[in-house]
Design a protein around this ligand. Structure first.
Ligand code: ADP
Length: 612
């Protein structure tokens, strides 16, 4: 066989006499040396790119050739993509990048990988332009990266001008192809395994941070913490929203952020920050090693946000954009494969966790609204029944009460002439009866007020003026209890509202009276009013003991007072709801209670006219 070898073997070792067994031995020896060199270089190498680059380098150096290139089969779409090259002309690179592989023999070689078929050809349509500076077509060997029936790509090596690869040389290239295939496959496995590990680590860290909570705040805090700890970055900012003109800064972690504040709304379009915007709009991860030198980004923003290297990851759940997770380093930094993998895993876990928290929050809100609506219906049904009963009862009781009060006055007059001791005793008893009558009369008054609470008459009125009047009215009662009543304004003055003034006054009286009653030993009751966020707001706060714990004070007949009816707050709530408003109570034990009423400035049913 050695005698058949042509004199211009493309891989002939320099200086060896061609053709003889010695020469053949030298060829084999050199091939073994190349394989050993490749093997040493690939030992422990996990990066596919480095595997390909150093194999090409070792091969070309060993063979004394100039040009080689590798196509890898893309796992996603099974298209051959140029993955590594040496000595290939820029024109060829441009053509492959722009138009793909074209009609090429490489595909055939890949498909027949099992048979390790090799080609030695000048037929490639792009051949004339492959070798940098060659200026003429050269033959090239094309062998599959194949092992045990699986093909991962093709290795091409250009021969010297005018020479071709002999079958033995092609077999050697096939051996290199096998070696490469194994190394690439091994690296891909390692990468997949590492990715799973990273994902598992990110997931575990995130889960640990979130715990059982479905609270979006807890999710954001855990994502921020995990990014700092696991991806090892200096700053994290999480922007929520899908409109680049309206992104909310939802979380900040790491070193201080000079320009960003939590809750701030950013308009990326107005800011001219295109990298963030692209990542959000195209739902792609984008990164920059040096923000200040990257033409794709706004340098001014980089300076203001103190980021030098940035990893911008879209948060996407069920195809919907939730926002951006942005990780930055304070100085320029080349993102490692590891960092990118973990950050991507973190972004996808964060998206799921945020989406779950959002859905849970939505469900919880719907459930609460349903409960509240149900409670309101039950309350107003109860109110209707009690109202009917109350008006009948009130009239029936008030007449005899008036009569008893009258009789008591007569009795007092009659006992006046009696001896002082007897008269005094009787007067004391009369006093007790009078107190009880007064209490009954108050009770009846509450019931009557209640029975009338569903008749509403709207007319324009000033809430500020109504509250001035109520504070004036109750000041003497407050003073008697040692309570100071303060009247304050908050926000803007309230324009006239269409309300039932008597009823709104009633609400204020009930709230202020409760405040005074809550402070028998004295204190301060404050009545505030003003326009806040477009709504008319009245606040009554006191410095008393706070609301009784575990009681729904708005419920009918709920009272903690010996002489209470538990009607005052129910009535107040009913009236406020009828006005399309809201009433809420807050309290700090030992520090006081605050009742806040907010009324719409324009009532939705205004157009319907007055009700009677
Ligand atoms: P009543 O005043 O007849 O008890 P309300 O409906 O007005 O009925 O109030 C119900 C209960 O709410 C009161 O008994 C009291 O326990 C509690 N409450 C109301 N206002 C205050 C307040 N300002 N401070 C503390 N507790 C209050």
């Amino acid at each position: 066989m050695a005698q058949d070898l042509p004199k211009d073997r493309t891989t002939a070792p320099a200086g060896s006499p061609d053709g003889g067994p010695q020469w053949e031995a030298a060829v084999r020896e050199r091939e073994l040396a190349i394989l050993a060199d490749i093997s040493t270089r690939l030992h422990g190498e996990e990066d596919v790119q480095r595997i390909l680059d150093s194999t090409l380098e070792a091969l070309l150096e060993g063979l004394g050739l100039a040009t080689a290139w590798v196509f890898l089969d893309d796992e996603k779409d099974h298209k051959l993509r140029l993955a590594a090259h040496r000595g290939v002309s820029p024109a060829y690179l441009d053509a492959v990048r722009a138009h793909g592989l074209g009609e090429c023999l490489c595909r055939e070689v890949l498909a027949s990988g099992h048979g390790l078929q090799a080609r030695n050809t000048t037929e490639c349509p792009r051949m004339p332009m492959i070798g940098a500076g060659l200026g003429q077509p050269v033959a090239h060997g094309c062998v599959p990266l194949a092992f045990n029936g699986m093909s991962r790509g093709v290795l091409n090596v250009a021969a010297r001008p005018g020479a071709t690869f002999e079958p033995a040389e092609l077999r050697f290239l096939e051996t290199v192809g096998r070696q490469l295939c194994l190394a690439v496959e091994g690296a891909r496995h390692l990468k997949a395994e590492r990715l799973h590990n990273q994902e598992a680590r990110a997931l575990a860290a995130l889960n640990k941070g979130i715990g059982e909570s479905l609270d979006p705040e807890a999710v954001l805090a855990a994502v921020g913490r995990t990014a700092l700890e696991i991806v090892r970055v200096d700053r994290v900012h999480i922007l929520l929203g899908s409109d680049p003109r309206q992104l909310t800064v939802a979380h900040l972690a790491g070193l201080p952020h000079p320009e960003l504040r939590r809750g701030q709304v950013l308009d990326l379009t107005a800011l001219g920050e295109s990298l963030h915007r692209r990542a959000l709009e195209e739902q792609v991860r984008l990164d920059t090693e040096d923000w200040a030198r990257d033409d794709r980004v706004n340098k001014d923003i980089a300076r203001r946000w103190a980021g030098a290297a940035a990893l911008i990851l879209p948060l996407v759940a069920r195809k919907a954009t939730l926002g951006l997770l942005v990780l930055t380093c304070a100085s320029p930094h080349r993102w490692t494969e590891d960092q990118v993998d973990v950050a991507e895993a973190l972004a996808s876990q964060a998206s799921v966790a945020l989406e779950n928290a959002r859905l849970y929050d939505k469900a919880r809100r719907a459930y609460r609204e349903l409960n509240e609506a149900q409670a309101r219906i039950i309350q107003s049904e109860k109110m209707a029944v009690v109202g009917t009963f109350a008006s009948g009862l009130a009239h029936e009781v008030r007449n005899p009460l008036n009569s008893i009060a009258l009789q008591l006055s007569i009795l007092e007059r009659r006992v006046a002439p009696l001896p002082v001791g007897v008269a005094g005793e009787i007067k004391e008893l009369v006093g007790v009866i009078r107190e009880e009558v007064k209490r009954l009369d108050n009770l009846v008054g509450d019931f009557l007020q209640f029975s009338r609470s569903n008749r509403v008459q709207y007319r324009p009125a000033s809430l500020d003026a109504l509250l001035d009047e109520v504070t004036r009215l109750l000041r003497p009662e407050a003073r008697a209890a040692g309570v100071t009543v303060r009247r304050e304004r908050v926000g803007e003055p309230i324009p006239d509202l269409r309300v039932d003034p008597e009823k709104i006054k009633q609400v204020a009286i009930n709230l202020l009276q409760n405040a005074i009653e809550a402070m028998p030993g004295g204190g301060v009751a404050t009545v505030e009013s003003g326009l806040v966020d477009g709504r008319a707001v009245m606040v009554v706060r006191d410095t008393g003991p706070g609301l009784p714990e575990g009681l729904d004070v708005f419920q009918l007949f709920v009272t903690t007072k010996a002489q209470g009816t538990g009607l005052g707050l129910s009535i107040a709530q009913q009236i406020v709801l009828e006005h399309g408003g809201e009433i809420a109570a807050a309290s700090e034990p030992g520090k006081g209670a605050t009742f806040t009423v907010s009324l719409p400035v324009e009532r939705p049913d205004e157009a319907a006219g007055d009700e009677a």
